[in-house]
Design a protein around this ligand. Structure first.
Ligand SMILES: [Zn+2]
Length: 179
C-alpha cells in the first residue's frame, strides 16, 4: 500500500495517526512536496519548488480532526444500526445463521430483547435476488408482522405459521393460484 494524500482546501494533506494523537500535513498539489510552514498551526504554507504560498486558512489540527472523522465514517458505512430510542430497543441479541446447503433460499434470525418483550426477527431471501422478507415475531405480545418496505412473505412462502409458547398460532398464507 502506498501513501495516501487527501485533497482538501486546495492542497493535499497527509493524515498521520499515532496513539491518541493525529496530524495533518499540507502538501503542494502540484509538486506533492510538503509545504514549508512557519509553525505547525500556520494557516498557509509555501512550496519550495513552485515558490507559491498556499492559503488553506485552517489550523491543520482542525484538518486532522476533520479527516479523522471523515475517514472513520467510511469504515462505519456497513455498521449495523441498533435503535435505542424506538420501541424495539435490542438489549440482548443473538444471531444465528442457518447453513445454506443447496437451498435456493437463505435465512437469518436474531432474537432481540427489550422492555416490550422478546422479538424474533427472521430474514428470508432467495439467492441471487435482492429483495428479502423481514418477519417480526413478538413472542410476548404474540404478534406476527413483516416489514412492508421489503418483500411480502406470501411472495416467498406458500404458508408461514408462527407458534407462540401459549399455543397461539398465526398463519400467513399465499393466495391459492388456482382460484
Ligand atoms: Zn509546488
Amino acid at each position: 500500500m502506498g501513501v495516501t494524500l487527501y485533497e482538501y482546501k486546495e492542497v493535499y494533506w497527509q493524515y498521520l495517526k499515532q496513539g491518541y494523537g493525529h496530524w495533518a500535513i499540507p502538501f503542494c498539489p502540484v509538486h506533492r512536496m510538503e509545504l514549508s510552514r512557519r509553525s505547525v498551526d500556520s494557516l498557509y504554507g509555501i512550496c519550495e519548488e513552485c515558490k507559491k504560498s498556499y492559503y488553506y486558512n485552517i489550523d491543520p489540527k482542525k484538518v486532522a480532526d476533520y479527516l479523522g472523522r471523515k475517514l472513520s465514517s467510511k469504515s462505519y458505512q456497513d455498521a449495523e444500526i441498533i435503535s435505542i430510542d424506538g420501541i424495539q430497543t435490542p438489549q440482548l441479541k443473538t444471531r444465528l445463521r442457518i447453513p445454506e446447503e443447496n437451498e435456493e433460499y437463505w435465512i437469518e434470525a436474531r432474537l432481540n430483547k427489550s422492555d416490550k418483550g422478546r422479538q424474533l426477527v427472521v430474514y428470508v431471501g432467495e439467492k441471487g435476488s435482492i429483495g428479502k422478507v423481514q418477519l417480526f415475531a413478538n413472542i410476548d405480545q404474540e404478534k406476527l408482522s413483516f416489514d412492508h418496505k421489503d418483500r411480502k412473505p406470501e411472495e416467498v412462502f406458500a404458508m408461514l405459521t408462527a407458534s407462540f409458547p401459549t399455543g397461539k398460532k398465526i398463519t400467513i398464507k399465499a393466495p391459492d393460484k388456482n382460484t
